[in-house]
Structures are given as C-alpha cells and as structure tokens.
Design a protein around this ligand. Structure first.
Ligand SMILES: *Cc1c(COP(=O)(O)O)cnc(C)c1O
Ligand SMILES: [Zn+2]
Length: 440
C-alpha cells in the first residue's frame, strides 16, 4: 500500500519497513528510523511548479484544505487514502513580523512563527495529524492496534488525545505527576484519554511507554516515531512560503526531546532536494539552562551525555535524555547549527518583553527569544540578518507562569516591570483619580 515512502534506519542499514508497520527502531542496530521518500516521482514537477501549486492551495476551505500539513500531502504521505486523514485544521499558523522588537535588538528582520495558534495550542498537532491518520489507515487495513500511547511533558498528550478522539481510537497518556500545567492536564482528560500520572520525570515516563509499545496492540506516538516529524517538517516549508519563498538567515527553535529540530532540518532538506529553495538557513536550538544536554554536547565537540533535567518554567523542554539526539546533531551539523541556553530569569524576561509588544508567549518561546538576544550580543546575528523564532505553544496554557511573573513569585526570576491589578471601589472619583494618574 505504501511504496513511495518507507521507514529506514538513520544509520544506513539496508532494510526498509512499510509506514503502517508499528516499528520505531532499527531491528538490526537499534537506531531511530526516518521516513524516506522516493523523490523521483516528485521531481516531475519543477521547484517553481511546486511553489505555485502550494501557493494556489492557500486559503481554500474545501477539506482538508485548511490544514497546513495536508495541503502539502505529496511531500508528507502521498499514498494515504484521503478518507483516512484525521485533520483538525492544524498548521497554517501566522508568521508575525516583530519589527519594533527587531529594531530595539538590532536585528534586520524578525518574525515569530506562531505554532501555538493551532488546534490544541502547540506545534504537536502538525505531527499528530500524520501519525493518527496512518494509524487509522493501518487499522482499516486490518492491523491490530488497540490504543495509541505517549509519554508527554503536556503538549504531546493534549494533541494525541484530541486526534485519537477525532478518529475514535483509544488513547493512553503517561505524564510526570505534578509537572504539567492545569490546562495541559485537562485537555487529554476532556478528550476522553486514559491519563496515567507517574511519580517520575518525563524521561522516566518515556522509558515506560517504550516498553509498553514493544508489546502488540499499543502504538507509540512519541516523536521517536518518525511519522510525527513528517508533519512537523511543514513548519519549515510554511515559513519559507510565507516569506515569498525566501529563506531566512537564522531559524531559532526551543528544543527538548529534539524531534522538532530534526523535523525542521528535514523540511529544509526536502525543499532543497526538490528545487524550491537554493539557500540553507542556520539553525539555532535554544535550551533551558536547567535541561541543557544538547548545549553541553555542542560545547564539547558534539559528545553527548544525558543529564538529569532540573525544574524549569519551560516545562515542555524539561528533558535530560532526548530521544532524537542523533538526528538533531546531524541536522545541526548540516545547518551550521548553534545551541544556546537561557536561565529562568532570561526566559521570563524575554517572554515578558514580547508580551509588551502584544504577544502572549509561552516560556519555551521565551527561551528562544533569550537565545536570539544572546546571539545578537555575541554579534552572530546582526542588522543585516533575518531571523525567524519558532513559538512552540500558546501562552494560554501557561497562565501560572504569566501570573507568577507579574506577582514576582517565580523561583529564580527577578521581575522588572510587574503590572498589578488596580482594585478600586465602585466610585467614579476614585476611577477618575486613577485615570488622571495614568495619563498625566
Ligand atoms: C514539545 C515541545 C517543545 C520541544 O520539542 P521537541 O521536539 O521535544 O524538541 C518545545 N516547546 C513546546 C511548547 C513543546 O510542547
Ligand atoms: Zn540500523
């Protein structure tokens, strides 16, 4: 059924595996798999023709035309039955120009890719639509899959639960107890997922779900399943398309389990292979200082050692042993990569600064903005450069972080400009005096 795309080992073992097989690692060498596309049929269109085709699909509403993923179906999963697709209108998110921010900082051009403006409020939707659609097709063709399952720092489970519910597939999510926000916790509960909270961290949950998925019937939905990355790679394509097929000089992305940076690289790879672009950006991964194994590897000639992740406000990237480390390092080597880190204060300050320009950024986006600021200070990014910062989630999922900042109660964060509620009596003169004070 799937001939033009197949799983293959990232270490180059010769065997390939059909996309609808539940397989996550190479049976020969235990490395991760990636999805390999037969590019020959795709090369029948020129780069210019692909650009035109994708541009022509923007703004159509006919299903699944509102999806930023399925409008590029030929590059994602060409042989998937349209009837198997489970879409919740993911992707096609805004690319906001941040000109005032850029001028202040000393960057030529700056954009924020608002991946949190998606169905469940994070970029995870881009990958889940592909994974759950392939599972749907596998079930239809008689494969026995009783449930989909994931370990999560919050956003993966919210997304998987929504897509599984839309498809009518049972969903099990495994979370570190007390380490996800209330909004992230209620999303899978509302969508009817079975939520298991364990007394461990994300890395501990990941270990358990990998063991579960070895047994038949439980299908693993974490990003070590490279189907996820096939959807997530569209973020690169969307950015370039939204810039009129211009490639920015830098793309900055917060990283935890490091699937997303691998996907970003894969998106640029595919555009280059199919002639829609000729330039490569530099890719920057931003990590929280409290969970910085990739940063440490970068500083040590890419020698990777797992760490125990400490608590960070950027809870979705509180990961010490990233599953996709090898893919990420390969992508960074190819894209002249840089890794930066941000302290709790730096991430909070940058998120707050962005909010004062009308945004409402999640802490992970704060980490990425802090990395941008540091690279400007180090004169790596300058006035003649363009940069895109990937905002990974919606700030509305992180209201405790927002409130804590304003109240000055965040651990390790000195807040510069608290904006406190003015509580007044129901009295015109009191309100008048307050307004005079504000406007004087
Ligand atoms: C998942 C997630 C990340 C990290 O993505 P990885 O692929 O794990 O590196 C960053 N930010 C948010 C908000 C996330 O949900
Ligand atoms: Zn192998």
């Amino acid at each position: 059924m799937f001939r033009r795309v197949a799983f293959r080992c990232i270490a180059g073992c010769s065997e390939t595996y059909p996309l609808d097989q539940a397989i996550y690692r190479c049976p020969q060498c235990q490395n991760l798999l990636e999805v390999a596309h037969d590019l020959e049929p795709l090369k029948q269109r020129s780069g210019a023709e692909w650009r035109q085709l994708f541009d022509a699909r923007i703004g159509r509403v006919a299903w699944p035309g509102t999806s930023g993923v399925w409008t590029k179906k030929e590059w994602i999963c060409p042989e998937l039955d349209d009837e198997a697709i489970v879409s919740l209108g993911e992707g096609a998110t805004p690319l906001l120009p941040l000109q005032r921010f850029a001028s202040k900082l000393g960057v030529g051009e700056l954009w924020l890719k608002q991946c949190g403006a998606s169905h469940t409020g994070s970029f995870k939707d881009l990958g889940m639509t592909v994974l759950v659609s392939v599972v749907q097709q596998a079930i239809r063709s008689g494969r026995s899959i009783r449930a989909v399952a994931c370990a999560s720092t919050g956003d993966t489970s919210a997304s998987l639960a929504a897509y599984a519910a839309a498809a009518g597939i049972a969903c099990i999510v495994i979370l570190p107890r007390g380490k996800v926000t209330r909004a992230q916790l209620v999303q899978p509960l509302a969508c009817g997922a079975h939520v298991l909270a364990l007394d461990t961290d994300f890395d501990g949950c990941m270990h358990i779900v990998q063991r579960l998925a070895v047994e038949a019937g439980v299908y693993l939905a974490n990003s070590m399943n490279s189907l996820r990355l096939e959807g997530q790679k569209t973020v690169a394509i969307e950015i370039v398309e939204q810039l009129g097929w211009r490639v920015p000089d830098f793309v900055i992305i917060p990283g935890g389990n490091l699937g997303n940076v691998s996907a970003l690289g894969a998106g640029f790879d595919m555009m280059e292979a199919l002639g829609t672009i000729t330039k490569r950006p530099r890719i920057v991964v931003a990590q929280a200082e409290a969970a910085n194994p990739l940063y440490l590897a970068y500083k040590n000639a890419w020698k990777f050692v797992p760490v125990a992740a400490r608590t960070t406000l950027a809870s979705a990237i509180q990961i010490g042993n990233p599953v996709s480390i090898e893919k990420a390092i390969a992508a960074l080597k190819k894209y002249d990569g840089i890794v930066e880190q941000a302290s709790e204060s730096e991430l909070a300050k940058n998120a707050a600064r962005a909010d004062l320009q009308g945004l409402f950024t999640c802490p992970h986006t704060g980490v990425a903005l802090a990395a941008l600021e540091k690279l400007v200070q180090k004169k790596v990014i300058a006035k003649n450069h363009s940069a895109v910062v990937i905002s990974t989630a919606n700030g509305l999922k992180f209201t405790d972080f927002k409130i804590g900042y304003q109240q000055g109660t965040l651990a390790g964060v000195a807040h510069a400009q608290p904006n406190l509620l003015a509580e007044l009596p129901h009295d015109y003169d009191a309100v008048r005096r307050k307004v005079d004070e504000i406007t004087s």
